[in-house]
Design a protein around this ligand. Structure first.
Ligand SMILES: *[C@@H]1O[C@H](CO)[C@@H](O)[C@H](O)[C@H]1NC(C)=O
Ligand SMILES: *[C@@H]1O[C@H](CO)[C@@H](O)[C@H](O)[C@H]1NC(C)=O
Ligand SMILES: *[C@@H]1O[C@H](CO)[C@@H](O)[C@H](O)[C@H]1NC(C)=O
Ligand SMILES: *[C@@H]1O[C@H](CO)[C@@H](O)[C@H](O)[C@H]1NC(C)=O
Ligand SMILES: *[C@@H]1O[C@H](CO)[C@@H](O)[C@H](O)[C@H]1NC(C)=O
Length: 767
């Protein structure tokens, strides 16, 4: 037996010592600095509000304005270092913000699939698990002096228009899905101890921000005209859920205006809604240079001091950009802003820093103090990235069925397409430096022999020079996999698409290869936004289609696992795939969700659009079949309504009771459904439940609305019972034209997979 001090152990201890030596000095309240560390704001035993008040009381105006910006100035006199607030962790720790840098002991971080892909898993515990891992890695990097503690993620804007270049960053088009995602990911990032924060997340971009640069209209100048109705039941839903359910420590306001007011200068949005109505416990930050943008680009105020005052008075606490540091002091001097407002902003940012433990000095007992390089890119973290990609891949077509492929019958695969050996393309935007990559070619190569051809040198696919070689490869192989789609040159921040088709000659390459292929042809689409692939859906020579989104660092391994059936597909589309003709019917600048037949306006998302689709929201096939049986569900539910208010017509207009006048805080219905896997393969099932409100509320209501989703793993032939609770007032309500949420009485229809169940709601008057 070897010595207990094996060489590896010794190296490990050596690294620990080395690591200890490189840990960052405390941000503030360093015990080595007795003069400052004994001040009340450094006393972890005092209440945070008291410490914050103490600290603000010690700051000069000059020092205060230095703390209003992302690159917050040091206050050496009080032993406080400078702090860079801007870090990003959209799907793993990123280096997009200047607060986090890779290098040295932290060359990389686990790069999870892009959010649109992870959303397709419909697995809330996966979202939280990813947040936990990302924040472990973030804390480790902070401890090592290379990362921040304030992360401006997630992006929970509704993926309203399929052309949006940043749709990839979001959890899709459904407000409830986006809100659940926000809550889960934020809990994962921030940790579950309500007072202490692991890292501080930020839900962005508040609100109605989902246009980057479309036909000359850019986000810096765009005024989103949004009805009260759409605001309440679509655009604000994920933010409300992020604040109320996720307890997020920050919200970011956006560049655009909403109904003529820049969001970062709108007291109704920031102060009244976020803080007053939803109870935000945290800070409000501007998008980067939003304040400068509404002054310089939108000319919203006539002087920069007025802009600074408008932002802070509306409720903005921190400026990403220099504007507030430059102009706030003068705004106070000119009497446009009271110092109390500046103190209010600082109280919000300093409270978050205190909750992060930044004023606790050195804290050996701090729960996250031991996280270090070993916790970044660890095998288990990287396994989760691989697992997340498997869970997010969506099977769109399986003719025959010809999938999964078999290593016995398919000994040689032609692997073709501009994304066939993709690496950085797989991590999308707001990524970092990945721990490593498994490209599709490499992933497939672990199962079988491959013949590789790009077909086009990049996704733009401007010529057909390499088609001959690709066709030749397909003729020789037992099966062909084409990995096509988009990348950041086609859809990105500042780049919205103009159409929905595959770029350049991609479609032609797919069709030619498919018709030449000796064996089955499988098409894999890598993209954030939806692609009109009607041609492939209808082409009998293309037997299988997957959407892989941007599947992250291990995406190629996951694609191969699904292709060969070592993992079974269970993802569902988080957004509608429209035909190309759809986008010709509506300008990206038109924010209206609801259709207007008379004007030929088709409406947006599965909730309001009823025209033809390529694939619908929630679509996704399996390698098996599931049978559903409804075990129990109520047929009649009575809604307690306050008696003296009942015959006030504004409270019960159109047979729909105002949520605020129904006693329904805890009113929920529960369903039980048996799900049986009747096929011969173990598989994961994603059960989606939609509700359709009574017909009478046509002008208010969506066609249907996602109200619940549940994921379960079922071995072949196994059956399990799923219990689903639906909060009546939150989920069965609709929003009227004045923006008021109401529960319609009458017949609601629940769609539970392929089952339809009707449910009658009636008012029960309490006198
Ligand atoms: C902010 O909201 C509070 C109550 O929530 C209110 O007292 C205050 O006047 C508001 N300030 C502005 C500028 O709207
Ligand atoms: C695939 O990509 C990897 C990593 O970028 C590269 O090393 C390899 O040469 C590529 N393979 C082919 C066949 O192009
Ligand atoms: C409506 O209100 C009046 C008093 O304002 C009351 O007498 C009457 O019973 C109410 N009707 C119902 C249906 O509750
Ligand atoms: C009916 O309700 C509205 C709004 O809640 C209120 O303003 C109005 O005074 C009420 N009318 C009666 C007769 O109670
Ligand atoms: C959801 O994701 C978690 C984390 O990866 C995983 O443990 C769990 O099995 C998933 N649920 C299902 C039903 O696949």
């Amino acid at each position: 037996m070897a010595s207990i001090f094996s060489p590896l152990t010794i190296i490990f201890f050596f690294l620990l010592v080395l690591w200890g030596g490189e840990a960052r000095d405390p941000f503030a309240c360093d015990p080595k600095n007795a003069a400052t560390s004994s001040l009340p704001f450094c006393k972890a035993s005092l209440a945070i509000a008291e410490r914050v008040k103490d600290l603000i009381g010690r700051l000069t105006m000059e020092e205060k304005v230095g703390l209003l910006v992302n690159n917050a100035a040091a206050v050496p006199r009080l032993g406080i270092k400078g702090y860079e607030w801007w870090s990003e962790a959209l799907h793993g720790v990123s280096n997009v913000g200047p607060g986090t840098k890779f290098g040295g002991q932290f060359p990389a971080a686990t790069s999870f699939p892009q959010v649109i892909t992870t959303a397709a898993s419909f697995n809330a515990s996966l979202w939280e698990a990813i947040g936990r891992v990302a924040s472990d890695e973030a804390r480790a990097m902070y401890n090592g002096g290379t990362g921040g503690l304030t992360y401006w993620s997630p992006n929970v804007n509704i993926f309203r228009d399929p052309r949006w270049g940043r749709g990839q960053e979001t959890p899709g088009e459904d407000p409830i899905l986006a809100g659940k995602y926000a809550g889960s990911y934020v809990r994962g990032l921030q940790g579950s101890d309500g007072k202490r924060l692991k890292v501080a997340a930020s839900c962005k971009h508040f609100t109605a921000y989902d246009l980057d640069n479309w036909k000359g209209v850019d986000r810096f100048h765009f005024n989103a005209e949004v009805s009260k109705q759409d605001m309440e039941d679509t655009f604000n839903v994920p933010f409300r859920m992020c604040v109320k359910e996720g307890k997020v420590a920050s919200v970011m306001c956006s560049y655009n205006q909403v109904n003529g007011v820049p969001t970062c200068a709108d007291p109704i949005l920031l102060n009244t809604t976020l803080r007053g109505l939803w109870g935000l416990n945290g800070y409000i930050v501007s998008d980067c240079d939003s304040v400068g943008v509404f002054y310089n680009a939108q000319h919203y105020t006539s002087t920069p001091e007025q802009a600074a005052a408008a932002a802070i008075q509306a409720g903005l606490d921190l400026d990403c950009g220099p504007f507030l540091a430059q102009h706030t002091h003068n705004a106070v001097k000119k009497g446009l802003l009271r110092e109390a407002h500046v103190n209010g902003a600082l109280a919000n940012t300093l409270t978050v820093q205190m909750r992060l433990g930044m004023y606790d000095g050195e804290q050996p007992g701090h729960p996250y103090a031991n996280l270090g390089p070993k916790d970044v890119c660890s095998p288990s973290n990287q396994d989760l990235a691989h697992e997340a990609a498997r869970q997010g891949i969506v099977l769109l077509k399986n003719k025959g069925p010809s999938l999964p492929l078999s290593t016995r019958r398919h000994r040689t695969l032609a692997v073709i397409g501009p994304n066939s050996n993709a690496t950085v393309t797989m991590i999308g935007n707001y990524a970092g430096i990945a721990c490593g990559y498994t490209s599709p070619l490499q992933g497939i190569g672990k199962y079988t022999k491959t013949i590789h051809e790009l077909g086009c040198s990049n996704v733009a696919c401007t010529d057909d020079k390499q088609f001959g070689r690709a066709i030749n490869a397909a003729q020789q192989a037992d099966a062909t996999v084409l990995v096509m789609g988009l990348d950041q040159s086609i859809e990105a921040e500042t780049v919205d698409r103009v159409g929905l088709l595959l770029p350049g000659h991609q479609q032609d390459l797919v069709s030619k290869v498919a018709s030449a292929s000796k064996g089955p042809t499988i098409l894999v689409i890598m993209s954030g936004g939806p692609v009109d692939i009607t041609f492939a859906k209808n082409d009998p020579r293309i037997q299988g289609i997957f959407w892989a989104g941007y599947p992250g660092q291990a995406g190629g391994a996951a694609i191969a696992d699904i292709l060969f059936g070592t993992s079974s597909p269970g993802g569902k589309l988080p957004m509608t795939w429209y035909p190309e003709g759809y986008v010709e019917k509506l300008a990206m600048t038109n924010m209206a969700m609801r259709s207007k037949r008379s004007k030929g306006y088709p409406g947006r998302t599965y909730r309001f659009y009823s025209g033809p689709v390529v694939y619908s929201f929630g679509y996704g096939l399996y390698y098996t079949h599931f049978v559903h049986t409804l075990v129990s569900a109520p047929k009649v539910v009575s809604i307690p309504v306050d008696g003296h208010r009942h015959n006030n017509s504004s409270n019960i207009a159109n047979n729909a009771v105002k949520v605020t006048h129904a006693r329904c805080a805890k009113l929920s219905i529960s369903l039980q459904v048996d799900v049986k896997n009747v096929g011969s393969r173990d598989a994961t099932h994603t059960l989606l439940v939609f509700s359709a409100p009574p017909a009478g509320n046509a002008q208010w209501a969506p066609h249907k609305q996602l109200v619940a989703f549940h994921k379960l793993h079922l071995p072949a032939k196994a059956q399990d019972r799923v219990r689903i609770n639906i909060h009546v007032c939150k989920l069965l309500s609709v929003v009227d034209r004045s923006g008021t949420r109401r529960v319609p009485m009458g017949l609601h229809t629940l769609h539970i997979a392929d089952i339809k169940h009707t449910l009658t709601l009636h008012p029960h008057i309490n006198s």
